[in-house]
Design a protein around this ligand. Structure first.
Ligand SMILES: [Zn+2]
Length: 271
């Protein structure tokens, strides 16, 4: 049984602010929080190993994607580090995996929750066939493209709510209760480690209850930006149509196509 772990940082135990999770905005906390990131990762890995996982691939999916120190990571896992990567937060995933864990995730742009956003700050809303999706939805759809279900989501209570509403049956761990975008009531990391480890083990003990997330194809994708200049720039990309003052739309034959197009559009818009 092969397990793929995509790990972000906003939903790691104790994190409530950008300054804790970006080396370029480090106020002295980054080293501590990247260590906590490794602890949440290792808890998920240990749970997976206890359930019989034989191969575990961890993809560092936050910012520079060089946050996890390989020496801090459990020796039975391999690490995908660095960026850019063709499949970004899901690089290295293919049909050979049986389950995806989304660890340290956050809620989507346009919702509430700690450090909510979707990829970059330019996006106000993203929809697949009219359904609002964030990084969780985009990455779950990409996993579904390869026939792999999301079995575990960890983060604040808002991303857990988003996961249940989008995916239905999924194992979850709430490591903090959001009190706003930059505040939360946090469970102690010693406690979240136990919870994540147990949930990972439980997820793989009964994996047949999880279904790959497969929105109907072709995908109708809508991207709404915060301001018109961002939409102007993203509109340079062929295939994107302006359907509103701040909104572009396109049709994608599959989630991988949608994923790559969204990422290029966001790169253009961020300029
Ligand atoms: Zn992140």
């Amino acid at each position: 049984m092969k397990v793929y772990i995509s790990i972000d940082m906003e939903g790691i135990s104790g994190v409530v602010d950008w300054r804790q999770i970006g080396e370029d905005r480090d106020w002295g906390d980054y080293a501590r929080f990247r260590a906590l990131m490794a602890q949440d990762a290792n808890a998920a890995i240990e749970g997976a190993l206890e359930a019989g996982a034989t191969g575990i691939l961890v993809n560092d999916a936050h910012g520079s994607m060089r946050n996890l120190l390989i020496t801090e990571l459990h020796a039975d896992a391999e690490l995908v580090s660095g960026s850019p990567k063709r499949m970004s937060m899901m690089e290295g995933l293919d049909e050979s995996f049986q389950a995806v864990f989304l660890v340290g995730y956050h809620s989507r742009a346009g919702s509430t929750g700690v450090l909510n956003h979707t990829y970059s700050g330019v996006l106000a809303d993203c929809r697949f066939n009219g359904v609002a999706v964030g990084e969780l939805g985009l990455n779950a759809a990409l996993a579904g493209h390869f026939g792999v279900p999301v079995a575990l989501v960890t983060g604040d209570d808002q991303v857990v709510r988003e996961a249940r509403s989008l995916l239905g049956e999924v194992e979850t761990v709430t490591v903090k209760q959001a009190l706003g975008r930059y505040a939360a009531r946090c469970v102690h990391p010693d406690r979240t480690r136990t919870l994540i480890r147990g949930a990972a083990r439980e997820a793989l003990t009964r994996p047949a209850r999880f279904r790959p997330y497969r929105p109907e194809l072709p995908l109708e994708v809508q991207l709404t930006f915060h301001e018109s200049g961002q939409a102007d720039a993203a509109e340079l990309l062929p295939g994107l149509e302006r359907i509103g003052e701040l909104t572009l739309a396109f049709r994608a034959p599959d989630p991988l196509w949608a994923y790559r197009t969204v990422r290029v559009a966001l790169r253009l818009a961020a300029r």
